[in-house]
Design a protein around this ligand. Structure first.
Ligand SMILES: Cc1cc2nc3c(=O)[nH]c(=O)nc-3n(C[C@H](O)[C@H](O)[C@H](O)COP(=O)(O)OP(=O)(O)OC[C@H]3O[C@@H](n4cnc5c(N)ncnc54)[C@H](O)[C@@H]3O)c2cc1C
Length: 433
């Protein structure tokens, strides 16, 4: 009998963990044929993107090649972007790939499956706000984070060389959205600016960086507890961040944002981090989706339309008791991947699927090297234990270490931690090229 073919589309926080675990447990033993499809050749864990955006992390070191990883872990890798789904024929279509000059590298292709897992993540939701797509950076992919970094360095160079002729000109950044991404990015900007300034003889002090955070809700980090929110607010204010709460953005242009009250927040660099939605392609596959393009799945992660299709991570609308949905977070993607390993094995054995129950392990917010705050869940209390300082930092880092453990195993993860420490000593603290 031929091996069942499991195709996973999207090798992000959830997808690469799933492919690794299935590859090791089924692929290597010839029990299933596992294929991972991603539009990028390299994987980088998405919660690192704000650090990539300021150059605090060098993607050349922290990313993983899908091709070599797949070879070592018992699955195959196909480079390509999901373009279509033929449920009757059980095959997906991948868009053609062109090089930078428009030359065709790979034509349109098809991949056949017996079980399909959609793990395409999410993209920033601009809620149709005019001018946002054309004028703002969004931290949706390593390419976008890298683009922001280049633009930040170029703007910094212009400012320190006093290209405009103005004395003490400020470098201004406006970020829409005071969720974890916006808040963490603002702190990373101050850290990067301190570093850049020190490399340049301290002639661009922190006071010349102006960061605005614009948030429609009455407080920053509206999804997290009030104590975390208040502490982060105080720390950001101390750094010099100008926080505009209760402020809706109605449009953006090349010079800044316009608020619903008609006020302007002008900036050299503009970032939109005000919520997420599923990639557009998800609404075109013929599967039932929510208005934000998330795929409707049962609690077992199987699509409500098709017993051979599953979805995990940010792109899945997975119901939980009490009419709630699983939040779009790296820890959810990690947990869903573990659950789906079991459920795919159940599905292949003709057994019943088990429901996925989200376990909130807590929320942590890292303000670069300045401070970390968060709450850790102890399993009994719904409020969580407030933490800060090194305990919070350690817990924050442990989420990434868990991801590394899932994709590398213990010996390599330990080696990675050592190499990270050495690199911190050997390499510049900021990526400057
Ligand atoms: C700056 C930032 C900081 C964050 N910090 C945290 C945090 O501290 N804690 C936390 O829990 N969460 C955090 N998140 C959220 C977290 O990153 C996501 O919830 C998580 O990555 C979702 O995992 P995923 O597997 O669903 O999708 P992703 O990790 O986004 O992966 C999706 C994958 O699908 C691929 N893909 C997309 N479209 C296609 C296509 N058409 N064809 C083929 N491949 C495709 C992409 O290339 C990508 O590899 C943060 C997010 C950002 C942006």
């Amino acid at each position: 009998m031929s091996q069942p073919r499991i195709v996973i589309v999207g090798g992000g926080a959830g997808g690469i963990e799933l492919a690794t675990r299935l590859g090791r447990s089924l692929g290597r033993r010839g029990k299933a044929d596992i294929t991972l499809v991603d539009r990028n050749p390299m994987h980088i864990w998405k919660p690192l993107l704000h650090e990539v955006a300021v150059g605090a992390i060098d993607t050349d070191i922290d990313q993983v090649s899908y091709l070599s990883h797949s070879h070592a872990n018992g699955y195959r890798f196909q480079l390509g972007s999901l373009d279509s789904l033929d449920r009757e024929g059980r095959r997906i279509g991948l868009a053609p790939i062109h090089d930078n000059d428009g030359e065709l590298i790979l034509p349109e292709r098809h991949v056949d499956y017996d079980y399909l897992v959609l793990a395409l993540g999410s993209i920033s939701n601009d809620f149709g706000t005019p001018g946002v797509r054309d004028n703002c950076f969004m931290l949706d992919s390593p390419q976008q984070a890298e683009k922001f970094r280049q633009e930040m360095l170029n703007t910094f160079l212009r400012k320190i060389s006093n290209a405009s002729g103005k004395e003490d000109e400020e470098l201004s950044v406006a970020i829409v959205g005071a969720g974890a991404t916006g808040v963490e990015l603002s702190a990373e900007l101050f850290s990067a600016m301190d570093m850049l300034s020190s490399y340049n003889g301290h002639d661009f002090p922190r006071s010349r960086l102006r960061v605005h955070i614009i948030e429609a809700a009455p407080r920053i980090l509206p999804a997290l507890g009030e104590r975390i929110s208040e502490n982060v607010y105080r720390q950001l204010e101390a750094l010099g961040v100008k926080i505009h709460t209760n402020t809706m953005v109605s449009s953006a242009d090349e010079n800044g944002f316009v608020t619903a009250e008609g006020e302007r927040v002008d900036a050299d660099l503009m970032v939109w981090a005000a919520g997420v939605k599923g990639p557009e392609i998800l609404s075109k596959l013929g599967l039932s989706t929510r208005p934000n393009n998330q795929i409707n799945v049962e609690q077992s992660l199987v699509s409500v339309d098709d017993p051979r299709i599953f979805a995990i991570g940010d792109c899945a609308a997975c119901p939980q008791p009490g009419d709630k949905l699983v939040p779009p977070r790296a820890q959810s993607a990690h947990q869903m991947a573990s659950q789906l390993v079991k459920n795919l094995k159940n599905a292949m054995a003709g057994k019943e699927l088990a429901p996925y129950v989200y376990k909130d392990m807590g929320s942590l917010v890292s303000l670069s090297h300045f401070q970390t705050f968060g709450s850790l869940m102890n399993g009994r209390s719904l409020r969580g234990l407030f933490v800060e300082g090194w305990v919070a930092k350690l817990s924050y880092t442990s989420l990434y270490r868990m991801h590394q453990l899932a994709i590398y195993g213990w010996p390599r993860t330990v080696a990675k931690v050592i190499v990270d420490r050495l690199n911190r000593w050997l390499r510049p603290k900021l990526k400057l090229h």
